[in-house]
Structure formats: C-alpha cells, structure tokens
Design a protein around this ligand. Sequence first.
Ligand SMILES: NC(=O)c1ccc[n+]([C@@H]2O[C@H](COP(=O)([O-])OP(=O)(O)OC[C@H]3O[C@@H](n4cnc5c(N)ncnc54)[C@H](O)[C@@H]3O)[C@@H](O)[C@H]2O)c1
Ligand SMILES: O=C(O)CC[C@@H](O)C(=O)O
Length: 409
Amino acid sequence: MSKTSLDKSKIKFLLLEGIHPSAVEVLKNAGYTNVETLPGALQGDELKEKIADAHFVGLRSRTQLNAEALAAAQKLVAVGAFCIGTNQIDLEAARHKGVAVFNAPYSNTRSVAELVLAEAILLLRGIPEKNAAAHRGGWMKSATNSYEARGKTLGIVGYGSIGSQLSVLAESLGMNVLFYDVVAKLPLGNAQQVGNLHDLLGQCDIVSLHVPDLPSTRWMIGAKEIAALKPGAIFINASRGTVVEIEPLAQAIKSGRLLGAAVDVFPSEPKSNKDEFQSPLRGLDNVLLTPHIGGSTMEAQANIGLEVAEKLVKYSDNGSTITSVNFPEVALPEHPGRDRILHVHKNVPGVMSAINQVFSDAKINVAAQYLQTDDALGYVVIDTDAGASASVIDKLRAVPGTMRVRVLF
Ligand SMILES: NC(=O)c1ccc[n+]([C@@H]2O[C@H](COP(=O)([O-])OP(=O)(O)OC[C@H]3O[C@@H](n4cnc5c(N)ncnc54)[C@H](O)[C@@H]3O)[C@@H](O)[C@H]2O)c1
Ligand SMILES: O=C(O)CC[C@@H](O)C(=O)O
C-alpha cells in the first residue's frame, strides 16, 4: 500500500448526501480509515464548519460548494462529485485553490435513460392522470389521447451520454429520433441531427432535455420555446432545473396545449427530504413529478460510489488526475522505490525553472518529471530517489506561485 506524507489515518474524508457505502469500502481498503459519512447535504455555516478540516469531500447535487464554502476548506485536496453534474461546485474557485474535482460521468447514464423512456410511454397513454383519478375513486376508461410509442418522434436536446443512450432505447421501440446538439454528433441507429432547437421543437411528439447546466443552457427553454412545441406534445426534463422556465410550462399544461410533462429537476429543490417541495407544477395530474431521482438506482449509486472513491484514492495515493473536470490531467505510473513530489502552482513564468533550480542546488537527481498546465494552473509531478524529497520539500513550498505540495512514498 502506498504511503502519503500525512499519515493515512489523519487524512479526513467527509462524505455527504448519503453516498453509497461502496465508496467507504474502497477508501477503507486503501487504508483511509478517517471517513465521516452524513445522510444529507450541508449548507452555510454548517458546511463551512464541517469541511474546515476535511482533506477530501464527497457530495452529490444538493451541496452547494461555492467559493465562500471552498475558502473555509483550508486543507482540501480534492472533491468527489458522486454524480454526473458538477454545476453545484465552483470549479474555477476550486482550481484556483489547487483543489481537483472528480465525478462519475457514466455510472447513472442508463438509469436516467430508462426513466425517461418509461415516462414517455406513461405520458403517451395518459397514465398519470388515469392513475390519479383512480386513487380518488374515478374511472377514466377511454382511448382518447392515448397513443403507442411506436412511430412517434422523440426529440432529444443534448446528444451526449444520456441523450444518445435514450436514442438507442427509443429506436428499439420503433420510435423515430431527432436530436439537437451544439456539437456535431455521430447519430446512432437512424437518429438524425437537426440544425437548430426550434426546428426540433416543432417536429416532435416528445421532447426530452439532456444538456448540462451551463451559462448557455440556462433558461434555454422559455415561453417562446414552449410555444414552439407541437400542440399535444409531451415535454420531459431530467437534466437541470435551471434549463426550463417552469411558469410557461405550467401554463401550457393548464391550457391543455401540451399532453403532459415529466419533470425530475427544478429551479429550486428542497434541501432535504424533510423540506416541502414547492412548484407551480404541483397538482397537475398529467405532470409526472419526481424528486431528482433520474440517477437514483441501487445499481447506479453503487457504481458511482466505487468509481469516484477510486478516483480520489488514485489522486491521493499516486497523484493521477485523469478525468478530473477542473485540473490538468496527468496519467502517472506507479513509483516503486522512489519519492514522488506533487507540486500544484500558478501557471506563471519562472515557476518551473525555480522548481528545477531547487533540485539542481540540492544535487538531487530527478528520476522522472510529468507536467501538465492550463491557462491558470500548473501541475508537475517529480519522482526522485527514495528519501531525497525531505531535503527539498520546504524549498519547493517557498517557490513563488506554489499552491500546494504533497509527497508520496
Ligand atoms: N436527473 C438526474 O438525476 C440526472 C442524472 C444524471 C445527469 N443529469 C444531468 O444530465 C446532464 C447530461 O448528462 P450527460 O451525461 O448526457 O452529459 P454529456 O456531457 O454526455 O452530454 C451533454 C450534451 O449536451 C450538449 N450540449 C451542451 N450545451 C448544449 C446546448 N446549448 N444545446 C444543445 N446541446 C448542448 C453537449 O454537446 C453534449 O453532447 C448532466 O449534465 C446532468 O446535469 C441528471
Ligand atoms: O445524485 C444526485 O444528487 C444527482 C444526480 C444527477 O443529477 C447527476 O448529475 O448525476
């Protein structure tokens, strides 16, 4: 088992939001025993207090790790987003602090795609309304506004991992698939890419959103886009709550212009399962409302736990930043019999020459050096002979522009 400069039992992992126990298992097997798990999200002062002494933090979509919270995390080395989306973390602020962020880009893809397809079928048959009526003692036996999925056109906005997986599943049911993406994408099966969003909206029986939360996707579906949907269309959003303006959607449902909708994500979501969910969509029987559980299956959560915990362990034990969402990516071999120094610094002229000067002055042989930079950050990994790091570590910390230095043995 690899050794870190700080004793592993002193390296604190704080896992929030009921992260699957598979993550704890991975950490413990790697020798990280100081793991605190909490079932819910934290916010404000409570979050700042808890992360003040954490070296690694794990969270899902509910914890807002903004610049202020990050400023309180003086010991933070890396953050694991145990989900796909990373919009809840200020990635820039983390980067400027030398904190690497990792996520699980594929582990819940299938879960979301399956849910969306199921919702499309239920809405095409008017099941949410019929089910609600039956619970109230009603009996809506009728074929009016009830349709097969076969032959219908599904429009996918955002043809990434989830959108393209949904495309394959929908075609297997005999649906036609159109998609809109800002990037030219290889269409799977018989799916076709369309040139602009409004073209897609007007042609589809069902429209489903699968874009990330970005400045460019924020409120991309407003009154104009909802008006561009075909009368009698179905609208599904399991991407992010900031993508859709809820009021015009609620109006289109109330007026009967849309057949139905399924919404899993909301502009404002309850902070915990104890808080009340409030939305203009409440009480509309032909709207399926789900509490942001698109990716919440046992399979997905267990896989996410393994995937992200392994990435955190790899970064802690070996320094590898492969797949980090905010850090220069460096793939590193093992380093048996050598000390490994990890140096994160501001990418400004002179830092690398100052670092190399430290080794040269100390007459220490550099056995291997790996460097990656981006516009703001440099990450250099230096392997030296075993025991050699001790004599240079303070000098490396003193190099102007240095943000963080760790040593692995
Ligand atoms: N409801 C849930 O529980 C749940 C679960 C997982 C993911 N998500 C959300 O779904 C999003 C998509 O996940 P993914 O894994 O498919 O991501 P992805 O990055 O693989 O795909 C996103 C796609 O959207 C495209 N895109 C970006 N901006 C666009 C725009 N303005 N217009 C059209 N297309 C645009 C990208 O080019 C990309 O192809 C995640 O970012 C996350 O926010 C929600
Ligand atoms: O697990 C969560 O809280 C978020 C799930 C989903 O939105 C994701 O981004 O993967």
